[in-house]
Design a protein. Structure first.
Length: 95
């Protein structure tokens, strides 16, 4: 599978999610200060979740629209990846 319909832009969203996860799990001294505000902390968690979700949908849609997968495979992969995402998000929140 190669995809490419979206010029692989979904990987930039994934990189952003990785950066947000790093802030959550290993904040710098400045980031620790920022994370003291509960609203900011929640905004970072929410942004992380939305980026991961956006990546999953963009990536699977890329494969579908590029003809690398069919509708049934798309549906199966989305369900599996969303199930895995819920577990991953819980792990990040408890880290």
């Amino acid at each position: 599978m190669s995809g490419g319909h979206f010029d692989y832009l979904q990987y930039r969203v994934s990189e952003l999610a990785d950066h947000l996860q790093a802030i959550i799990e290993s904040p710098s001294e400045y980031e620790r200060g920022v994370l003291q505000d509960d609203n900011v902390k929640q905004a970072i968690y929410d942004a992380y979740e939305h980026c991961r979700l956006a990546f999953i949908f963009a990536h699977e849609l890329d494969y579908l629209i590029s003809g690398d997968t069919g509708v049934d495979t798309f549906k199966e992969r989305i369900i599996k990846r969303l199930t895995d995402l819920v577990k991953d998000i819980e792990n990040v929140k408890t880290s």
